[in-house]
Design a protein around this ligand. Structure first.
Ligand code: PLP
Length: 361
């Protein structure tokens, strides 16, 4: 079977798996916040419909100022982007024709961006045995020869978070070797407040580049909104490489209100804590492995049938539950399923069918 390269494509998956077009599907394959978008967002976009006929401010100065204030950074350290995806490609463009390390298994777009900009890549691997923590020594051995390291924190697809101490060591070593560390923080807003973003390190580490996406937290994949945080020189270079008017007027218009809506973030944290505690407890009881995720998705494997993950994928899909295969995540090779944390009702449905699967084995 030719597996699609990203989650969130229920119609395409139905076709691939010969499932009727109109069958209702619960989509656990996309890692979007089920509480979003915030209720006011559609109305706010409608209110801004007249922006359709004007070019947006090319420097997006109002949105940049709001982000700067929100992050405790300066305007010059921010670049608004067309989703996290554009941020990844702009970051890669800085290192065109040079050498990179990618910390795998991770989001496929770092590798695609490197290929696009003729960057020679070498992979290092996080693995389950070390709870997906950084293989620091291995990275240090290669670091002199590389210009940039791409890593994702919290990581997609594991949901795990590499520890701060290792990252500090990486950034310090990067200062000696002239290596930049690009950290994709697309899911950082889902982390408990006790695990903060790395923004506060920007002042001390000029080799740190942070990539952000508003897509996941606010459930706005169609709007396309993200940003980069880095030192002023890096941001200036990225700005020069960016297409003009890359961010549409509606996305630009809603930035201030999105960032002001702390209640939405708090509600999300409350939901996630409740649901993740509940799910991980039940799944462990049923003898499923779950990665020690700190965010809104996790890796799952049936401990009693570790070689039957594809079968489990199809079993769940036939029962109307779409999960994300891991065939195109290096070294995972389909051994796990990536599953989003959804509403209480949906999570219960998932547990129901996993229990049923267990009973039928
Ligand atoms: C780790 C990571 N970074 C960036 C992106 C892209 O985000 P956006 O939709 O904002 O471009 C994704 C999307 O799945 C992702 O998983």
């Amino acid at each position: 079977m030719k597996w699609p390269s990203h989650g969130g494509q229920p119609q395409a998956m139905k076709k691939l798996c010969n499932i009727e077009n109109d069958k209702e599907i619960l989509d656990f394959s996309a890692n979007l916040n089920p509480l979003g978008p915030p209720t006011w967002l559609k109305e706010e976009i409608i209110q801004n419909l007249d922006s359709l006929t004007c070019y947006p401010d090319p420097s997006y100065s109002r949105s940049s100022s709001c982000i700067a204030e929100y992050e405790g950074a300066s305007n010059g350290q921010i670049l608004l982007t067309n989703g996290g995806a554009e941020a990844i490609f702009l970051a890669a463009k800085l290192f065109e024709g040079r050498k990179a390390i990618i910390v795998q298994p991770t989001f496929i777009e770092y590798e695609r961006a490197c290929i696009h900009y003729q960057i020679v890549t070498e992979d290092v691997f996080l693995d389950e045995k070390s709870d997906f923590q950084l293989p620091l020594q291995q990275i240090f051995e290669k670091m002199k020869e590389v210009d940039v390291i791409f890593l994702c924190r919290p990581n997609n697809p594991t949901g795990t978070v590499v520890d701060e101490e290792s990252l500090k060591q990486l950034l310090n070593e990067g200062r000696n070797t002239g290596t930049y560390i690009v950290v994709d923080e697309a899911f950082v807003d889902f982390l408990p407040f006790s695990i903060p973003s790395l923004t506060r390190w920007l002042a001390s580490y000029s080799n740190l580049i942070l990539l952000r996406s508003l897509t996941k937290m606010y459930t706005i994949p169609g709007l396309r909104l993200g940003y980069v945080l880095a030192n002023k020189e890096v941001i200036e270079k990225m700005r020069e490489a960016q297409m003009p008017w890359s961010i549409n007027a509606f996305a630009d218009a809603v930035v201030p209100r999105l960032l002001e809506d702390r209640t939405f973030i708090e509600k999300t944290h409350h939901w996630l804590k409740l649901q993740s505690t509940y799910l991980f407890e039940k799944l462990t009881d049923l003898d499923f492995y779950c990665s020690t995720s700190k965010v809104n998705f996790y890796l799952l494997r049936d401990n009693l049938n570790p070689n039957r993950t594809d079968e489990l994928f199809h079993y769940l899909f036939l029962h109307g539950i779409l999960t994300r295969h891991t065939h195109n995540f290096k070294r995972l090779e389909g051994e796990y399923l990536r599953i989003a944390i959804r509403s209480e009702e949906e999570n219960k449905q998932l547990l129901f069918y996993l229990q049923k699967w267990r009973n039928e084995q």
